[in-house]
Design a protein. Sequence first.
Length: 91
Amino acid sequence: MACQHTHANCGPVLVERRHQSVHWTTKNGVITMTVDEQWQRERAIRDARQTNMLEGTRSTPATRADEDAYQRGEIDLSQLSQRVRARYGLA
């Protein structure tokens, strides 16, 4: 499978693909986002989890499920933040 991300190794054809949309169906309907947006969401969650690991912690299964929902486009960043803050009494 060819790389669909926008880092330096992609080349001009694949960089153009970053603006293409991806679609998938969930129980709440069809989700559409650009390949670039999907990659940015995946990277943000991967970076957050890596930071937690380096600090010697790990998010709870409930938080990881919310992070996964964000990656899939089911919730936005504001909703992710609200859910996590509410879970820990920080709302």
